[in-house]
Design a protein around this ligand. Sequence first.
Ligand code: ADE
Length: 290
Amino acid sequence: MRLDVITIFPEYLDPLRHALLGKAIEQGRLEVGVHDLRQWATDAHKSVDDSPFGGGPGMVMKPEVWGPALDSVAARESAANLESALPHLNRPRHDELEGVEAQAYAVDATADEDSDLPLLIVPTPTGKPFSQADARAWSNEEHIVFACGRYEGIDQRVVDDAARRYRVREVSIGDYVLIGGEVATLVIAEAVVRLIPGVLGNKRSHEEDSFSDGLLEGPSYTKPREWRGLAVPDVLTSGNHGLVDTWRREQALLRTWQRRPELLEAAELDKDDKAFIAQLEKEANTQGEG
Ligand code: ADE
């Protein structure tokens, strides 16, 4: 996979060279290019923004700068590759599993789109919510370009024009407003790259992630069995795998019911899951009455 990021703050993207992404770069599974938008600015001041038509606060990023930047990066004319920050190769990571083959996720084939075109991701608080399903689909892409807007955003014609050369996705990472798209790009890139086959060991290591089956993951514990007067739940040290699986499933259901009940509507629940939730609801109602 190749990731290109266009930004006015290239240093902001430095974390892409570290940890898991740095390792993916070293393994040759990932190339990352970070491009300073100002190299496409044409005036003496290298300005990239201007006041909005119709008035109002803030500045809007200029189409004459973004257009050539996106053309050049789509055509892979602008090389500015990041080197990995650390030598990771041959060093095992804590999150690797041995001996299981890497497998790709199913491809996101949206009808009437040419999947040979690069994917352009424009992080914006007005975008569609980014999800684990997007991360999975995009982990199969060959070339993803991120356009990091600042200020009040990018002139909308840039996005409309880019749709002729790219498959464009305007996405939000949450219902809050950041200063620009850089941090959102880091979030999306990490979520996608860890799912590239071979980067995080294997596909099985993601299958138990929160959201993979529509539920939040339950709590985890390690040694010692007792710490500061708090004991690990007995079932986890019982050696009974069946009981452990049932307990883990119930903890995932409990946590999801407490924290993100709306997820339960879309999750695949069997008869036992439904009975467990019904029991939680019954207990909550009795407590409410008492
Ligand atoms: N840029 C500013 N806020 C953002 C958000 N919430 N998600 C994605 N990009 C953004």
